[in-house]
Design a protein around this ligand. Structure first.
Ligand code: MLT
Length: 200
C-alpha cells in the first residue's frame, strides 16, 4: 500500500489517516496536525481505484458495498498495520484512526471485524459498513462520530445505527451532529480535537 509515515514523540499515539473517495495519503495530513501535532502519523492510500479515484474497498453503487472486497481490504489493512508497527517499532496497540467517508467506513469495519484493531477512532461521516455480522467486542474503545444532518451520502440513520452497533459491542461512542451535508468541516474537526484531548 502507498503510505506516508511521520514519526512523532515516542509516547504519543500513531494517527492512522484514511481519506475519502478520490483522496490520497496527503489529504488528511493537515487534520493530524490539528488533532495532535506531536503524534506519529501513518497515512495510507486506498488500494482500489474507481474511475481513477482511490478508495479503500470496492462498491457496486453509491452506498452499496462489495462485501467480499470489503472483507479482503479490511484484512489487508489490518495486516498492514501489524507490519508497519514492526517495521517502525511503534506500539501496535496505540493506533487511533482518523477517517473521512470511505476511510471512516473501513475504519469502522476494522472495529467490526477485530477486537484489537484500534485504540480509538475518529469517524467523519461514516456509514454502517456491514449489517450482516456480529461486531467484535470493543471493550471501552473510544469512538468519535461526526455526522451531517443533511448528508445525502451518509443519512442520519447510518450514524445512529453505527453508534448503536458500536455501543452494543462495548465501545464508548460520542456522536456529534453538524448542520451540514457530507463535507468535512473545521467545526467538526475542532470537536474531534476537544474529544481527543479529553480522551487520550
Ligand atoms: C463509501 O462508498 O464508502 C461511501 O459511500 C462514502 C463515499 O462516497 O466514499
Amino acid at each position: 500500500m502507498n503510505y506516508i509515515f511521520n514519526k512523532g514523540k515516542i509516547d504519543k499515539p500513531v494517527l492512522l489517516l484514511l481519506h475519502g473517495t478520490g483522496g490520497d495519503e496527503n489529504s488528511l495530513l493537515a487534520l493530524a496536525e490539528i488533532i495532535d501535532p506531536e503524534a506519529s502519523v501513518l497515512s495510507v492510500r486506498g488500494n482500489v481505484l474507481e474511475q481513477g479515484m482511490p478508495r479503500f474497498f470496492r462498491r457496486l453503487a453509491e452506498g452499496v458495498f462489495d462485501m467480499e472486497d470489503l472483507a479482503f481490504r479490511t484484512k489487508e489493512l489490518y495486516e498492514f498495520l501489524d507490519k508497519k508497527a514492526a517495521d517502525y517499532e511503534f506500539d501496535r496497540n496505540n493506533i487511533i484512526a482518523i477517517g473521512y467517508s470511505n476511510g471512516a467506513n473501513i475504519a469502522a469495519n476494522l472495529l467490526f471485524e477485530y477486537e484489537n484493531a484500534l485504540k480509538g477512532a475518529i469517524l467523519h461521516h461514516p456509514m454502517v459498513p456491514n449489517r450482516e455480522t456480529t461486531v467484535a467486542k470493543q471493550d471501552g474503545t473510544p469512538v468519535f462520530i461526526a455526522a451531517g444532518i443533511n448528508d445525502p451520502i451518509c443519512p442520519q440513520q447510518e450514524a445512529t445505527d453505527l453508534e448503536r452497533y458500536l455501543k452494543n459491542a462495548g465501545a464508548h461512542v460520542t456522536l456529534t451532529w453538524e448542520s451540514n451535508g457530507h463535507q468535512l468541516t473545521m467545526s467538526e474537526v475542532q470537536k474531534a480535537k476537544a474529544w481527543y484531548d479529553q480522551t487520550f
